[in-house]
Structures are given as structure tokens and as C-alpha cells.
Design a protein around this ligand. Structure first.
Ligand SMILES: NC(=O)c1ccc[n+]([C@@H]2O[C@H](COP(=O)([O-])OP(=O)(O)OC[C@H]3O[C@@H](n4cnc5c(N)ncnc54)[C@H](O)[C@@H]3O)[C@@H](O)[C@H]2O)c1
Length: 354
């Protein structure tokens, strides 16, 4: 069986805690090189992982690997990915794939020019319970979706990380919205299966931060489905993604990805005793994501995370920040600007879709 030769660029917390165990278990991938701008750190990580090639930069990987997992700070993704994609190297790019729609377009253009394929690593979709939620919706068990809700977060002080890039606007490209909110937005967009027709947003910034640390996003999708999503660096919103439809509801824990709670008027398994808790595949989302990425490249199949969905996610994020700027302007300038802010909140998200 042919294996995908892969390198990792950026060896921070997400790589050492989540991706390296996934690489170990994924039979279709051979991890051959690691790069981090802190080469001494990369060398330590490589020694533990049994990887022989270590670099302080991604460029020597070109020509030596088929694909790269890119896990550097958010705003650095676009430039690094473009160079790799133009050279024909496939890229599994950590979320947010880009911090602006314009950067994402540059990445898709580089992919079209160079032949490298790019997939945004929206790992939450690969949680077995979230994947099953998608299948349950497709099977019609919940009827038409009416409401979705989800939360993610914890006190920033206890979150695992190697660097403080999330506090630096130039590296983070946004606050908790682009860091954690994007997971929830992506799941909502994927489950809704359509771009939104309206977005609203509210955020606040804890002492000592210049980026938002708490945010609420409300999204209205076609046919009356709505999503209410909360992300936080100051507390832990209920880490569950819940979908209510005309014929039932389902709740997927985002921290215990093998658990799904389901009530459906239409599912035969529920007829006797009502609510069911299903115990699913216990592979991690990172392993399932890596297996999917490798399989899609090696077998020339489509990625589950589509380009039009990545565009929609980023359009929603840009809309949120637009609303925030309009509100901040209104607060500074008085009542006439408050009307502009209200209009921004109601504006239909433009430019989404395929
Ligand atoms: N999918 C998920 O669940 C998930 C979870 C955490 C983080 N992430 C994403 O992964 C990325 C990294 O996050 P983290 O928490 O691991 O960060 P981190 O601060 O722990 O580590 C970042 C690493 O990147 C290195 N680095 C910085 N610039 C570099 C460059 N130009 N070239 C090579 N290395 C460079 C740093 O030295 C550091 O080792 C972010 O985009 C983040 O949003 C995703």
C-alpha cells in the first residue's frame, strides 16, 4: 500500500498533543519531517516522535514530502501554504485556514496553479458524533432543522499552548471568534448545508486583552433554521452541539466525541424507550481527519471540507467583525450610526456559496 509522505510545519501544542498520536496510528501516512521556527524544539519533538528530518523552515520540505500538516499561527498559514501548494505539495491546514476571505482565495488560486490540494482542518466535523449527526440529518430523522446551538471554551490560562500568538492581533488575525468560534460556525454551516441569509454578532474583551475573549454568533439559514453559537476564553460554555428539528433533536458532546444523545420520532431504535445515547467510534477526530486527508489524496477523492464551505465560514467571520466595527463606530458617534449597526446585523451575507 502506497503511503503519503508527510511533514509537519509548526510543532506547537496542537501537534504534540493531538496530531502526533494521530500520525502514529494512521497506516496510510509516513511522517518524515518536522519544522518549527524554534529548531531546537523541533529537534526534541522529532526525537520523541522518531522523525529524522528537522528544519527551522518549511522550504526544505518541498520536493521531499507529498503533503504537509500546517500548524503555525493563524495569519502565517496563507503565505506558507501558497508556497507549498504552488510547488505541488498538498496541505492539511489548521483552522482557521486563513483569517480573511482574500487570503483563502490566494490559497485556492495557488492550489489551482501548482496542483497541491488544500483542506482546512476542521477537526470538529470528524468527531464521530458530529459526523453521525450529519448522517442523521441527511436520513431525515430530525425532520427539517429549526435550531442549532453550540458552545466551546475554557479559561485561557488553562488552555494548552506553546506560544502567546493568540494575544497578538498580527499573528492571531482575530480573537476567540477565529480560534474557537470557527469550529462552531463550520459545524453549523456543514449541517445546514447552505450559506446563511443573515448574521448577528456580539463580543466582549476581558481586561488585558485587545482581541475579543467572548463572543456570541447568531446565524439564520434558509428555510428558517437558526444557529446560536458561543465561544469564550473566560469561561466554559456548554460544550455540546445540539440540533432541533421538526421531528426530533440530537446533542453531540464536543469534548466526548463518542457520545451522541438522540430523540427522533422517525428512528425505529427510539420507538420503545425514547431518548438514546449512542456510543460511537473512539478514534480521535485528528486521526479520522488525517485518515480522510490521506485517503482523499491517495485515491483522488473529494475532501469532506469543501472550498465553498471554507468561503462561507470566512464570510461569516468577516461579517461578524464588520458588525463589531459598525457597533463600535455607533457607540463612539451617537444614535445615527446605531441605525447603520442595526442594518449591518441584518445584512444578508454576500458572496458565499460555490
Ligand atoms: N483543530 C484544533 O482543534 C486546533 C487546536 C489548537 C490549535 N489549532 C490551530 O493550530 C495552529 C497552532 O496552534 P497551537 O495551539 O499549536 O500554537 P502554539 O503556540 O502551541 O504553537 C505554535 C508553534 O508554531 C511555531 N511557529 C510559529 N511561526 C512559525 C513559522 N513561521 N514556521 C514554523 N513554525 C512556526 C512556534 O514556534 C510554535 O512551536 C493555530 O492555527 C491554531 O488555530 C487547532
Amino acid at each position: 500500500m502506497r503511503k503519503l509522505r508527510m511533514g509537519v510545519v509548526g510543532c506547537g501544542a496542537v501537534v504534540t498533543i493531538h496530531h502526533l498520536p494521530a500520525f502514529k496510528r494512521c497506516e496510510r501516512v509516513e511522517l518524515v519531517a518536522l519544522a518549527d521556527r524554534d529548531r531546537a524544539w523541533a529537534a526534541k519533538v522529532a526525537q520523541k516522535a522518531g522523525v529524522h528530518e528537522v528544519y527551522d523552515d518549511f522550504t526544505p520540505m518541498i520536493g521531499r514530502v507529498d503533503a504537509v500538516l500546517l500548524a503555525t499561527p493563524n495569519t502565517t498559514h496563507a503565505a506558507i501554504a501558497c508556497r507549498l501548494l504552488e510547488a505541488g505539495v498538498h496541505v492539511l491546514c489548521e483552522k482557521p485556514m486563513a483569517t480573511t476571505r482574500a487570503d483563502a482565495e490566494r490559497m485556492f488560486a495557488a492550489s489551482a496553479t501548482g496542483g497541491g490540494r488544500v483542506m482546512a482542518a476542521h477537526s470538529a466535523r470528524f468527531n464521530p458524533n458530529v459526523t453521525m449527526l450529519k448522517d442523521i440529518l441527511a436520513a431525515g430523522w430530525l425532520g427539517d432543522v429549526q435550531e442549532m446551538s453550540g458552545g466551546l471554551g475554557s479559561a485561557y490560562a488553562v488552555a494548552e499552548r506553546r506560544t502567546e500568538f493568540r494575544r497578538e492581533p498580527g499573528l492571531a488575525g482575530g480573537g476567540v471568534l477565529v480560534d474557537l468560534g470557527i469550529h462552531l460556525i463550520d459545524v453549523a454551516v456543514w449541517l445546514a448545508g447552505a450559506p446563511p441569509i443573515a448574521v448577528d454578532y456580539d463580543a466582549s474583551c476581558a481586561d488585558g486583552w485587545c482581541l475579543e475573549t467572548d463572543c456570541d454568533v447568531a446565524i439564520e439559514f434558509p428555510r428558517g433554521a437558526c444557529a446560536s453559537l458561543s465561544a469564550s476564553y473566560t469561561h466554559g460554555p456548554d460544550p455540546t452541539f445540539t440540533v432541533r428539528g421538526t421531528a426530533g433533536w440530537a446533542a453531540a458532546s464536543l469534548y466526548v466525541p463518542s457520545q451522541l444523545t438522540l430523540f427522533s420520532e422517525r428512528a425505529r431504535i427510539c420507538r420503545r424507550s425514547g431518548i438514546q445515547r449512542l456510543m460511537l467510534d473512539d478514534r480521535t477526530s485528528y486521526q479520522l481527519q488525517l485518515e480522510h486527508f490521506a485517503d482523499a489524496i491517495l485515491s483522488d477523492r473529494d475532501f469532506v471540507v469543501r472550498a465553498d464551505e471554507v468561503r462561507t465560514d470566512l464570510d461569516i467571520i468577516e461579517r461578524c467583525y464588520e458588525i463589531d466595527r459598525a457597533r463600535a463606530g455607533a457607540a463612539r458617534s451617537g444614535p445615527s450610526h446605531a441605525a447603520d449597526a442595526a442594518r449591518a446585523a441584518d445584512t444578508v451575507a454576500e458572496g458565499t456559496g460555490t
